[in-house]
Write a protein that binds this ligand. Structure first.
Ligand code: 9PG
Length: 511
C-alpha cells in the first residue's frame, strides 16, 4: 500500500501564516478545511493557554495553561465517568494536554487559533508551537480558524451543524427534575404531592429522575411506584406538564435480570472480560453491546414502552457507556456505535419526543438529541475540594465544576439546546451562598435552558415568587468577552471558573 501523501501547505491570514500538514487543504472565506487522519499545524504564536474540550457532558472543559502538566483524575476506576478513557491514558503517557474533537490556543486575550474535527472520534493535542489533530479510526475533515475567539468558535459550530445536523430550534423546555431535591428517595405519593405544589408555576416538564426503576437495566416501576409509571405521566399532563423520565439505557447492573439471562449482550474486551462503565449505585455498571441485533430490539421495545406510558421527555443518561472501547458484535468505533445507538433511541422515541442527552459524548450527539447536559452535576454546594482539586476530578458534582465546564461550552448553543443543570431557590438543604446561586441562575438565563429540583414545600413565598420570575424571564443578554456578560444591563463575570486559579478559589465578589 502506498503511504498517504502528506502535503505541507502554508495557511495565510492577514497578519499570520502557519504551515499545515494534511492530505488535502482547502481554503474557505473564514479559514481552512484540512483533510487527514493525522494533521498538524505549526504556528509562530507565543500561546500560553490551550482550550481543552472534554469528551462527554461531565468532562472537564476549560482553558488550560500550556506550561502546566495536564491533570488526570484519580482513581482510574472513575475515568469512564470523567472523560474518554483512552484519551486520559494517552495524556498520562505523553504528559501533553489533549482535547476531544476541538482544541485552540490563545494568542492574546480574545484571539485564538482553532483546530476542530468536523466529525466524532478525534483528538487535538497541543505542543508549544504545534496543534496536532488525530482521527482515531478513519481519515476526516478539520477546520482551522484564526481570529476573534467567539467568531472562530461560531464558525466552527456552523460547519459542525452542516456535517452532523442541528436540533433544538425552538425554545428549551422549563423543567422540574426530581434529582437535586430528592435524589433516589422518590415514590409515587411524594411525586404526586409535588405535582400539586407545582400547579401555577411557569414550567413545561415534570421529569422523574433516578429512583423509579427496579434496577439499572431493569426499567420497570419499583415498589415505590405500585400503580406503575403511566398514572404519574397522566397526572403530570393533568396539571398541564409534559411527563419526563430518566433512564440509563445502555447500562446494566448485576441485579438486572438481563445481566444473567443475556451474557452475550454485554460489551466485552477482546479477552472476554466485561467492559465496566465505572462504579455507581454501590456496584459496577456494565454496558450493553448496542451493535447486537437483539440488544437493538430490546432498546427499541424499552423506549416504545416508556413512550406508551405517556413520557415524551426522555433524559437518557450515562450515554458515554455505548462508546466505551470493546469488542463489538459489529466491528465499529465506540463513537460510531454510540451515534448509531442514539439514532435507534431517537427512532423508537419518535421525532416529537424531547431527548435530553446526559453523560453523553458531545460531538456524536449532535443532530440527534434535542438537548445535552454540557457540564457535570451541580450540587447544593460550591465545590468538593477533596475530589476536584486533590484527585483532579473536575467532572465530579458541585456548582463550581458545573459552571466551569458549562461556561466553556456556550459556543455549542447554535447546534443544540445546552443544559447547564438545575438552579436553586431554596435556602433549606442548600449550602450555596446567595451569590453562588445567582451564578447558576445567570448561566441558565444565558443558555436559556432552565430547570430546578426545589420542592414547592421547601420554598417560602418570596422564594416561590423568585422562582416564578426566573422561569418567566425573557432578558436581554450581551456577551462582552469570554467570561463577562450583561444581563439586562447587569454585569456578570464568570472569570472565577478559570483553572488553575479558580480551583481553590471563590468568586471575588462574594459578600
Ligand atoms: C442520577 C443522576 C442524575 C444527574 C446525572 C447523573 O458517579 N458519577 O460520576 C456520577 C456522575 C453523574 C451522576 C451520577 C453519578 O449524575 O447527571 O443529573 O440524573 O445521574 O443518578
Amino acid at each position: 500500500m502506498l503511504p498517504t501523501r502528506l502535503e505541507v501547505d502554508i495557511l495565510h491570514w492577514e497578519n499570520m501564516s502557519i504551515s499545515a500538514k494534511a492530505e488535502r487543504v482547502m481554503a474557505l472565506a473564514e479559514g481552512y478545511i484540512l483533510t487527514g487522519k493525522d494533521v498538524a499545524i505549526l504556528h509562530p504564536l507565543q500561546a500560553k493557554q490551550f482550550y481543552r474540550h472534554g469528551f462527554h457532558s461531565w468532562s472537564l472543559t476549560s482553558w488550560w495553561k500550556l506550561a502546566n502538566p495536564p491533570v488526570v483524575p484519580q482513581p482510574a476506576e472513575r475515568w469512564p465517568m470523567a472523560d474518554d478513557v483512552a484519551l486520559l491514558h494517552h495524556q498520562t503517557m505523553t504528559q501533553r494536554p489533549i482535547s476531544h474533537t476541538v482544541g485552540a490556543i490563545e494568542e492574546h486575550p480574545g484571539s485564538v487559533l482553532l483546530l476542530g474535527a468536523l466529525g466524532p472520534s478525534a483528538w487535538v493535542e497541543a505542543g508549544t508551537d504545534v496543534l496536532q489533530g488525530k482521527y482515531l479510526h478513519d481519515s476526516g475533515d478539520w477546520f482551522v480558524g484564526y481570529g476573534e475567539e467567539r467568531t472562530v468558535f461560531h464558525y466552527y459550530a456552523m460547519l459542525l451543524s452542516q456535517r452532523l445536523g442541528r436540533r433544538g430550534a425552538g425554545k428549551p423546555p422549563r423543567v422540574w427534575c426530581s434529582w437535586y431535591g430528592l435524589y433516589q428517595n422518590i415514590s409515587a405519593s411524594i411525586l404526586l404531592g409535588i405535582l400539586q405544589g407545582l400547579k401555577g408555576l411557569p414550567l413545561d416538564v415534570f421529569q422523574i429522575d433516578d429512583g423509579w426503576q427496579k434496577a439499572i437495566g431493569d426499567w420497570q416501576a419499583n415498589a415505590q411506584f405500585p400503580g406503575g409509571m403511566a398514572s404519574l405521566a397522566e397526572q403530570a399532563r393533568h396539571v398541564g406538564l409534559r411527563a419526563g423520565l430518566w433512564l440509563a439505557p445502555f447500562l446494566v447492573n448485576p441485579q438486572a435480570p438481563i445481566f444473567r439471562e443475556h451474557p452475550e449482550w454485554l460489551l466485552r474486551e477482546a479477552n472476554g472480560q466485561l467492559v465496566s462503565a465505572g462504579r455507581n449505585w454501590g456496584d459496577w455498571a456494565y454496558v450493553l453491546d448496542t451493535t447486537h441485533p437483539d440488544v437493538q430490539d430490546w432498546l427499541t421495545k424499552l423506549v416504545s414502552t416508556i413512550r406508551g406510558w405517556g413520557y415524551d421527555y426522555l433524559k437518557f443518561d450515562f450515554l458515554y457507556a455505548a462508546a466505551l472501547p470493546g469488542k463489538r458484535h459489529q466491528d465499529m468505533s465506540g463513537e460510531q456505535a454510540y451515534r448509531q445507538a442514539l439514532s435507534l433511541l431517537r427512532k423508537a422515541a419518535g421525532e416529537e419526543a424531547y431527548i435530553l442527552a446526559c453523560g453523553a459524548p458531545v460531538t456524536a450527539s449532535l443532530g440527534i438529541a434535542d438537548g445535552i447536559r454540557i457540564g457535570p452535576d451541580v450540587g447544593p454546594y460550591w465545590d468538593n475540594t477533596e475530589v476536584s482539586s486533590y484527585l483532579h476530578n473536575y467532572a465530579c458534582p458541585g456548582a463550581l465544576n458545573a459552571l466551569r465546564t458549562s461556561v466553556h461550552r456556550l459556543w455549542l448553543r447554535p447546534l443544540i439546546h445546552i443544559d447547564p443543570d438545575v438552579v436553586y431557590f431554596r435556602k433549606c438543604f442548600n449550602l450555596l451562598q446567595p451569590a453562588e446561586c445567582q451564578y447558576l441562575r445567570d448561566l441558565a438565563i444565558i443558555t436559556n435552558f432552565r430547570g430546578t429540583s426545589d420542592l414547592p414545600s421547601w420554598l417560602d413565598a418570596e422564594e416561590r415568587q423568585a422562582l416564578t420570575t426566573f422561569f418567566q424571564a425573557n432578558l436581554g443578554i450581551e456577551q462582552r468577552d469570554r467570561y463577562r456578560f450583561d444581563i439586562e444591563g447587569r454585569q456578570v463575570d464568570f472569570s472565577f471558573v478559570a483553572l488553575p486559579f479558580g480551583c481553590f478559589g471563590k468568586p471575588t465578589d462574594l459578600p
